[in-house]
Design a protein around this ligand. Structure first.
Ligand SMILES: [Zn+2]
Length: 541
């Protein structure tokens, strides 16, 4: 071993000497003028040296060629395997792309007679998958692929920022594979939860309050067997949950009996109402919506908000947000949320709420999984605001001033939990429009929709009490999460296969979670998989 190390050391010193001369002697000196030229050469020399160190260090690993006596177990079944390369034969090689370029890994191949697979103990020890990239590089590639606007852009970013060349198609394949693995792990956890075997991550119950917020996003899918082109493109709903811990206190009385000024300011109220409406239907234009939303509130707030803003910002401060996102049906989604709530111990918080926009399936999930744990159901106040705004203006038709007056009254009643007054006023409004006959049919329908909405949700509108308990009354966190997810998955030119969408949602959700799960997921040992494709990928039987 010492002799071998000695040669490595000698070769290292030789290389370092050559590197030194490349940088300081010889004819290249005239070309090393600008900092860019010098930087490029220094970095490329550095990478070559680092590649050498990495390759040699891996080659010295005892597991590269385990002793006969060592028991080397199959990664699939755990039973001892047998070496599959004769002593005199050269060890099988594979090329792995790392942050410092390609390195060659030589290691003994073993086989498991039972599983009928070849496996490489060193690969398992190094944490290598079958992809041909080092885990760090793979994580960077997948991170960018699930963050950039498209795989084409991500491929571009990686070339520019990380000096790595991965085609958009391959990037997509890699991301989908990792996302699918994470979805599998999630399903296993849900299965454990259903058997009451899922462990909690934290020993103690969360301090402060906990909240679960449910909502849906949108994306377009195409037929699974439709080949490369788009066939059967259709808008589908993604389901998203935010699980939050909040640093809030219980008060003796409602700490905020007056509605916030933004709800009583005409342009701001109109903007909130139309934003809710726009979100509930597919938007054909690219990302105009996001851009507008990102810009407008800032400019307005500056003009509108005097010194009072500080107090409001202190309220309902989020401690940790984690995200669950899926394309699956609401029943499976419900179990996924319940497992996450259990894992984080949110059910053990003293004060807890479920805030939703009023969609029926969200309340079914609430009743099945959250109500039994003592969560309080709360109707998202901003959705309610949008309904009231529309109904008030429908009631008065073209008279915007009267429409505003009615809205203001209804909003105040809603804010102070006076649901009875609100309902009778809405009923009177519907009756008034009914008298006008067919001319006001559309307006009457708008008022009736609001009436139904308030009637269905009347048990979830005790806002003064929720505020007193320090519970959130708006589902804004899940809505902003959906915006961030949509930025990746939604767009008129983006069509996903159902499985691809599910995979990318897992990656995005992990990134948006604040409990470090991205790192945790990557450090988890990956399941043994058969290699796909050819070339540099590992061999399988
Ligand atoms: Zn086996």
């Amino acid at each position: 071993m010492d002799g071998k190390k000695g040669t490595v050391r000698e070769r290292w010193l030789q290389r370092a000497e050559v590197a030194y001369r490349r940088m300081f002697d010889g004819k290249s000196q005239e070309e090393l003028v600008t900092l860019t030229q010098r930087e490029d050469l220094a970095v490329s020399i550095g990478k070559e040296l680092a590649g050498f160190l990495l390759e040699e260090h891996v080659a010295m690993d005892p597991v590269a060629q385990p002793e006969e006596a060592a028991t080397t177990c199959c990664p699939k079944c755990g039973q001892p395997g047998t070496p599959a390369v004769e002593k005199r034969e050269a060890l099988p090689e594979r090329v792995v792309t790392t942050r410092v370029g390609d390195i060659c890994v030589r290691r003994q191949r073993w086989c498991c007679a039972k599983c009928r697979i070849f496996f490489f103990p060193l690969d398992v020890r190094l944490g290598l998958g079958t992809e041909g990239y080092s885990p760090t590089l793979l994580s960077k590639a997948v991170r960018q692929a699930s963050k950039a606007a498209s795989f084409v852009e991500a491929s571009d970013d990686l070339r520019e920022l990380a000096d790595v060349e991965i085609s958009p198609t391959h990037l997509q394949r890699l991301s989908e594979r990792i996302g699918e693995e994470w979805a599998e792990v999630r399903d296993e956890e849900v299965e454990k939860f259903r058997k009451r075997e899922l462990e909690r991550t934290y020993k103690e119950a969360p301090r402060g309050a906990a909240a679960v917020m449910l909502d849906g996003g949108r994306l377009q899918t195409r037929a699974e067997d439709g080949g490369r082109g788009v066939s059967d493109g259709s808008w589908r709903e993604s389901k998203v949950a935010c699980c939050l811990t909040l640093q809030t206190k219980v008060h003796d009385v409602d700490p905020e009996p007056e509605p916030p000024s933004k709800f009583l300011e005409p342009t701001e109220a109109a903007r909130l109402a139309s934003e809710i409406k726009r979100r509930s239907r597919p938007v054909p234009r690219r990302n105009d919506e996001d851009r507008k939303e990102a810009k407008s509130p800032k400019g307005k707030k500056k003009r509108k908000k005097p010194a009072k803003g500080r107090r409001r910002r202190k309220r309902n401060r989020t401690q940790v947000r984690t995200v669950v996102a899926t394309m699956e049906n609401s029943e499976n989604f419900g179990w996924q949320v319940a497992a996450e709530v259990h894992r984080r111990g949110l059910d053990r918080a003293k004060r807890k709420a479920c805030v939703c926009d009023g969609q029926a399936y969200n309340w079914s999930i609430y009743e099945m999984h959250l109500l039994p744990a003592g969560f309080v159901a709360i109707l998202d106040f901003v959705h309610l605001l949008a309904y009231l705004y529309d109904a008030a203006h429908a009631l008065h038709g073209s008279d915007a001033a009267l429409g505003w007056k009615t809205y203001e009254q209804w909003l105040r009643w809603a804010w102070s939990g006076e649901v009875g007054k609100l309902l009778s006023s809405l009923r009177a409004a519907a009756a008034k429009l009914a008298k006008k006959g067919s001319a006001a049919a559309a307006r009457k329908q708008t008022v009736e929709e609001t009436l139904t909405y308030v009637t269905n949700n009347r048990q979830r509108m005790n806002y003064p009490e929720y505020r007193r308990l320090g519970l959130p009354i708006s589902s804004a966190p899940v809505e902003s999460t959906i915006k961030q997810i949509n930025r990746r998955v939604k767009g008129s030119e983006k069509f996903w296969l159902e499985s691809g969408a599910e995979a990318i949602l897992q990656l995005r959700a992990a990134q948006l979670s604040q409990d470090d799960r991205w790192t945790r997921y990557w450090s988890r040992r990956r399941k043994h998989r058969r290699a796909v494709g050819s070339g540099r990928l590992a061999q399988a039987l």
